[in-house]
Design a protein around this ligand. Structure first.
Ligand code: AMP
Length: 411
């Protein structure tokens, strides 16, 4: 799902584009429309699912488009650690870079200068405040924090906050907030004490459960960093080099499926294709041939990435990088099912490096990069941070930190 389908403010869409987010992650798809509708939410989602942007984007959009009081803090995000507070405020800076939204991170361990800056922001009002509970309580006790117009409360990693003993601080902070507000609670796990917290602070919440699946350990994952023109020759080489009984090759488009299959057939590989241009009957026929072993290489679009039950695939090749981490996990999860182990190769072109890097972040570890054999000539280096898509390059200053106080709304 594209970010344009949420109806976000243009300035926010620019920040999303500059952050190189192309498609919404599953948690974003589910959570964003509900937050835009004004619902309270309880979501179980781990780090790596894109949960931060899932709450930041609709909150920033609402701050930009809904009328709200000036000189008050509008949104409060409470998090367990200062590292998370810093990370989230960097996220805010990136996503809201082209807007006038102001934010401040309030966390322990800073010096006197930081305290003064926090005090100034909290007493004049920042659009978004990210804080750790203890430090926020310290400010609240001094009496200058302006919460009278606060509209959004977000508790992130709530289970961790309770494990760290922040329950009382959180409840005390909440007692200082206006009763009418939208509440969003994110937690990796849902133990009874989180349910209890939710009962006390959420109002008829929508419940969302997104457990980010991880690739099975027994799948050997490798990536080849190549130029587009090297992809088909490399696949032919890999299929020749070692004998695999059942190979499933995924392509993101029907055209690539057809081109690759044609090329494999021309080279006498026992390959065929499956995609939505075939009738149901034709698809079933191909699948039967593949399952029975009469066909050992099947080239497919993502119609085969979820839930099909073919047990003995020993190699999955991603001809191109899938859209997101979930698709990647589903595609490579077609191997190593009944079989003891399986292999998954992903071919990453220069313009796909960023997308692949985002997937590596979502699955929580880098995929080892294999050396492209010399006979293919020079291959590109893996520098995902260095390749900006066309159009974003002009925004080199994008990650420049914004300082508080920033541009204020016209008064
Ligand atoms: P989180 O789960 O919020 O910690 O996010 C994990 C990583 O995914 C962060 O580095 C985000 O910048 C990145 N991310 C979040 N949403 C997207 C998206 N839609 N596309 C690509 N990367 C994303």
């Amino acid at each position: 799902m594209k970010f344009t389908s949420f109806g976000f403010d243009e300035r926010l869409l620019e920040g999303i584009e500059a952050s190189n987010y192309e498609d919404a992650t599953p948690v974003q798809e589910q959570v964003i429309p509900l937050i835009l509708q004004g619902k309270d939410i309880i979501a179980s989602a781990q780090t790596g699912t894109g949960k931060t942007a899932a709450f930041l984007l609709p909150v920033i959009h609402k701050i930009l488009t809904d009328p709200h009081e000036d000189h008050t803090n509008n949104a409060l995000i409470i998090v367990p650690t200062r590292e998370l507070a810093i990370q989230i405020s960097q996220h805010i800076e990136g996503l809201s870079y082209f807007t006038s939204v102001s934010s401040i991170a309030v966390y322990g361990g800073g010096d006197g200068g930081a305290f003064v800056q926090e005090k100034r922001a909290l007493s004049t009002g920042a659009d978004i405040v990210v804080c750790t509970p203890g430090k926020m309580m310290a400010h609240i006790k001094m009496g200058y924090v302006k919460f009278q117009g606060l509209k959004y409360l977000i508790l992130d990693e709530a289970d961790r906050m309770l494990d760290m003993g922040f329950y009382d601080d959180i409840m005390m902070i909440i007692n200082h907030l206006p009763a009418k507000r939208q509440n969003l609670l994110f937690s990796a796990t849902m133990p009874p004490k989180i349910r209890e917290l939710a009962r006390r602070i959420l109002h008829q919440p929508a419940e969302i459960n997104i457990a980010m699946s991880k690739p099975a350990e027994k799948i050997v994952q490798e990536a080849f960093v190549v130029y587009d023109t090297q992809k088909i020759p490399l696949i032919k080489y890999l299929l020749h080099k070692k004998e695999f009984k059942m190979v499933l090759i995924f392509c993101s488009s029907k055209i690539s499926v057809k081109n690759l299959t044609r090329e494999l057939k021309r080279n006498r590989f026992p390959a065929d294709e499956i995609h939505s241009d075939l009738t149901q009957e034709q698809r079933e026929e191909v699948l039967i041939k593949f399952k029975s072993g009469r066909l050992s290489i099947l080239v497919a679009t993502d119609i085969l990435s979820r839930g099909i039950d073919i047990d003995n695939i020993d190699l999955v090749i991603n001809y191109d990088v899938p859209h997101d981490g979930e698709d990647y996990v589903h595609r490579i999860g077609r191997t190593a099912r009944a079989a003891a182990e399986g292999t998954a190769y992903t071919l990453v072109s220069v313009k796909e490096q960023r997308k692949f890097h985002a997937i590596e972040k979502l699955i929580g570890k880098p995929v080892p990069k294999s050396i492209v054999p010399e006979q293919f000539g020079e291959s590109p280096a893996y520098t995902p941070e260095g390749h900006r898509p066309a159009g974003a390059g002009a925004r080199q200053g994008f990650s420049k930190p914004k300082r508080f106080p920033q541009r204020r709304k016209p008064e």
